[in-house]
Each structure stands twice: as structure tokens, then as C-alpha cells.
Design a protein around this ligand. Structure first.
Ligand code: SAJ
Length: 422
């Protein structure tokens, strides 16, 4: 079937760019979003997410008449293709919350027609696409693979480079039938220039989760190397740099922890439907989640060394975002660190130029402070003048949670994750 009309369900940091790409590729796209304030903002030409190029590309899609946002399910009836881009968070007990996905699939089931293609872009536990196909069969009486097509097509984009990566990243289409995968690949090649691969929906779900689990486990390995560096009195970053000169070694970066809405979650999604637990993947999560506490130990050992009673200490945390040059604080290790010290220190101040609600001025955030803890690798933190900033502080303790400092500034008591030589 020739796709002409597309509905994108969920206009978040994946759904909105995807809707824009399809509209600017010439399809008539209706973006469906339950948050009415988001719909209004988008239709007025203002994106509700921060991403380079998004406003000009959104305006182009709106002005061409190809894209419109709506919160009315009647507006997405009888489309040729439905692209589901909703969140799949974890519950407190680390099991997946698929309620957003199920609700989106039910909305699509009510709107779709015979022959529709349904694509799930969300990151989901293995075998979920097949379960959602069964749900559509129950709700519509249509037969999966015959009367409608269903595919898992995960995204791999990195915030800050979404539009480039949507075009140039390779892409996988996991169909409940080969024909479904074929249809989705043809549709996405309207803007995807990267390599495209077809497989089953379950392989596609596992591939996406393996990618992020691979990264999480390798970060945990780097963090364990950092622990060893403290035992051996060496700088782990010097060691990693030298080890990475090996043609087949690429050790990741130790740090205060692993945040965002992907890596902390995806290993749990990968393991959830399995009938048994696996050691390494779970242990890696525990190691990464322990890094804010390790950073707390570095801070408290420095406070003890300078006889600063923790309960009197003023601690300034630089960076709340989960990673450098981002404004996203979801699952940020900085927040976990703040939580870990909040009952034990006198006062906590936060400064993050990307995040609203933190101190307006770095100088003010540091004035009279006893310790400063770098918790996010924002580029701007790499060029601070510690000579000047140190003069504002009552005690000069500098804790580096993100390998921002190479040579500790004079006059400071310095501690850093993996900096075993101090
Ligand atoms: N981090 C480290 N050490 C490292 C790399 C990262 O501590 O060596 C930390 C970061 O500071 C951050 C967290 O891990 O707190 C996650 O960082 P990230 O660079 O993985 O950023 P994400 O989660 O936004 O992007 C990942 C990417 N996945 C892979 O690189 C395999 C991205 O391509 C995915 O599209 C994204 O997850 C996703 O949406 O799944």
C-alpha cells in the first residue's frame, strides 16, 4: 500500500522530530498529543523541546500545510501509517510501565483502517510488539500481518544531534512479518539516508536494549577501574587513555553516575521478560547507581581532612543535568548525590546554567562555600578560573565527579573519581 497520510502518536523529543521529518519529506502528518498545551505550542510554531534546528524545521512543516498537531483522536482516523513514540518508564520496583504504550495502541486501534501500518518506535521489552499486535486483533477483529502491518523501529538518536542522526544513523525495522518490515523500511527511506536493516520485531526489540545495556555495562566497568585506581594510587584517566591506544580497546569514562531516561532503564527492560536473572547486567546497574555515594565518600573524606564538620559545611553542586550541555535532569546522578548528602551537610547550593531554578550566579553559589562538587560535564565548567573562584570560598575543597579538572588548582584540596594519585 502507498503511504500518504501518517499519524504520529506522542510528540515528545522523538515524536515531534519524527513528525517533522515525515512532513518535510512530503507526507501529510497529523501529530497526536494528549497534552493540549503542547499541541497549541506546536501549532503556533514553537517547539516545547530544546533541540538545534527544530524551530525552523517545525515552521517549514507547518507552513507547507503538511503537519498539524491535535489532541482530538477523531483527527487521526483512517491513516495509512501510525508511528507510536510514547515513553516506557520504569515503575518504582524497576518493572516496566507499559500503560502509555497500551493507551496509544488502543487509540490507534480505534482509529486505524484495514491495511494500516503500525510502527512502535518506543524502547520496549522483548516480545512486546507481538503482544500489542494481539491487542489490536482483539480490539479490531483484524488479523495481524494480513489486515494490518506492525513493526518495531527503535531510534538511536543522541539529544543535541537528533535531526542529523534521524537521517544518517542506520535504522532497524523489526516486523511481525517480513512484509511489515518491508513496508516500514520503504516508508522511512523517505528521509533515512543511513543503512537500513530488516528483521523480526523481537530481534529489533532486543537489539535496541542490547545497545544501551552494552553502554551501561561498559560504563560500570570504567567505574570499577576507577575504584581500583584509588587502591593503586593512579590516575584512571591516564590509564584509560593509554589502554585505549590498543586498536581494539575502548574503555568508557568513569563518573558520578549514569542518568537519562535510557541507560538506567533499558537493562531492566531487557531482563524483565526473561525467566531468569543475569548477573553482569544487574551488577553493572548497581555499580553505576553506587557512584553518587562514592562521590559522597570523597567529599566527606576531604571535609574530615580539613576538620570541617559536615553539619556546618556549605556545599555547592555544579551541574544538575544528567549529561554535559543538556538541560535534562531525568535520573540525573547529580540529584542522587544531593539526596545522599542532604541530611548530613549544613547547606546545599546548586548552579547549572542549563537548568532553571538553580543559582543565578556561579559567584553567588560559591561565596562562603566550603566545598564545590562538579556533577555534570558542561563544557562551560572546563574553563572556570579557580584562582578567582577559590577566593570567594570559606574552605577550598574541589570534588570532580566528571573529569573536568586535569591539573587541580593551587590552594584547593582536590579529590576526583578515579584520581587515585591524590
Ligand atoms: N556516561 C558515563 N560515562 C560514559 C558515557 C556516558 O558516565 O562513558 C553517563 C552520562 O554522563 C549520562 C549517561 O551515562 O549520565 C547516559 O549518557 P549517554 O551518552 O549514553 O546519553 P543518552 O542516554 O542520552 O543516549 C543513549 C545513546 N545510546 C548509546 O550510545 C548506545 C543514544 O544513542 C540512544 O539513542 C539513547 O541512549 C536512547 O534514547 O536510547
Amino acid at each position: 500500500m502507498d503511504v500518504k497520510e501518517i499519524a504520529v502518536i506522542g510528540l515528545g523529543y522523538i515524536g515531534l522530530p519524527t513528525a517533522i521529518m515525515f512532513a518535510n519529506a512530503g507526507f501529510r502528518v497529523t501529530g497526536y498529543e494528549i497534552r493540549e498545551e503542547v499541541v497549541e505550542k506546536i501549532n503556533s510554531g514553537k517547539a516545547h523541546i530544546v533541540e538545534p534546528e527544530i524551530n525552523e524545521l517545525l515552521l517549514k512543516a507547518l507552513e507547507s500545510g503538511k503537519l498539524r498537531a491535535t489532541s482530538n483522536p477523531a483527527d487521526i482516523r483512517e491513516k495509512d501509517a501510525y508511528i507510536i513514540c510514547v515513553q516506557t518508564p520504569l515503575k518504582d520496583d524497576k518493572t516496566p510501565d507499559l500503560s502509555y504504550l497500551e493507551s496509544a495502541v488502543k487509540t490507534v486501534a480505534k482509529a486505524m483502517k484495514r491495511g494500516s501500518l503500525v510502527v512502535i518506535e518506543s524502547t520496549i521489552p522483548p516480545m512486546t510488539t507481538m503482544k500489542m499486535a494481539e491487542l489490536i486483533e482483539e480490539l479490531t477483529g483484524l488479523k495481524a500481518g494480513k489486515d494490518f502491518y506492525m513493526v518495531h523501529a527503535p531510534e538511536r538518536v543522541m539529544p543535541g544531534r537528533i535531526f542529523k542522526e534521524l537521517v544518517y544513523n542506520s535504522r532497524i525495522f523489526g516486523g511481525i512479518t517480513p512484509e511489515s518490515a518491508e513496508m516500514a523500511e520503504r516508508l522511512y527511506r523517505s528521509f533515512v539516508k543511513g543503512q537500513t536493516f530488516k528483521t523480526s520485531s523481537t530481534v529489533s526489540e532486543v537489539v535496541k536494549l542490547m545497545e544501551n545495556t552494552f553502554r551501561d555495562v561498559n560504563i560500570a566497568l570504567a567505574n570499577e577501574f576507577a575504584f581500583l585506581a584509588h587502591q593503586y594510587g593512579i590516575n584512571v584517566f591516564e590509564a584509560i587513555e593509554l589502554a585505549n591506544t590498543h586498536p581494539r580497546v575502548k574503555i568508557h569514562k568513569p563518573g558520578i553516575g549514569v542518568g537519562g531516561h535510557c541507560l538506567p532503564k533499558d537493562p531492566h527492560l531487557l531482563l524483565w521478560p526473561a525467566r531468569e536473572d543475569f548477573g553482569l547486567i544487574k551488577l553493572a546497574r548497581e555499580i553505576n547507581d553506587s557512584m553518587p555515594l562514592f562521590t559522597k565518600d570523597l567529599l566527606f573524606s576531604a571535609l574530615r581532612e580539613l576538620n570541617v564538620p559536615p553539619e556546618d559545611a556549605i556545599v555547592t553542586v555544579l551541574g544538575l543535568a544528567y549529561k554535559g550541555d543538556s538541560d535534562d535532569t531525568r535520573n540525573s546522578p547529580a540529584l542522587a548525590f544531593i539526596e545522599a548528602i542532604s541530611d548530613d551537610v549544613g547547606e546545599i547550593r546548586t548552579y547549572d546554567p542549563f537548568v532553571e531554578g538553580t543559582h543565578g550566579s556561579l559567584e553567588e553559589a560559591l561565596r562562603g562555600a566550603d566545598a564545590v562538587v562538579i556533577a555534570t560535564d558542561h563544557t562551560v565548567f572546563k574553563s572556570l578560573d579557580w584562582e578567582i573562584l577559590g577566593k570567594l570560598m570559606r574552605t577550598r575543597i574541589l570534588i570532580d565527579g566528571r573529569h573536568i579538572i586535569e591539573n587541580p588548582p593551587r590552594g584547593f584540596l582536590f579529590r576526583g573519581i578515579g584520581r587515585g594519585e591524590f
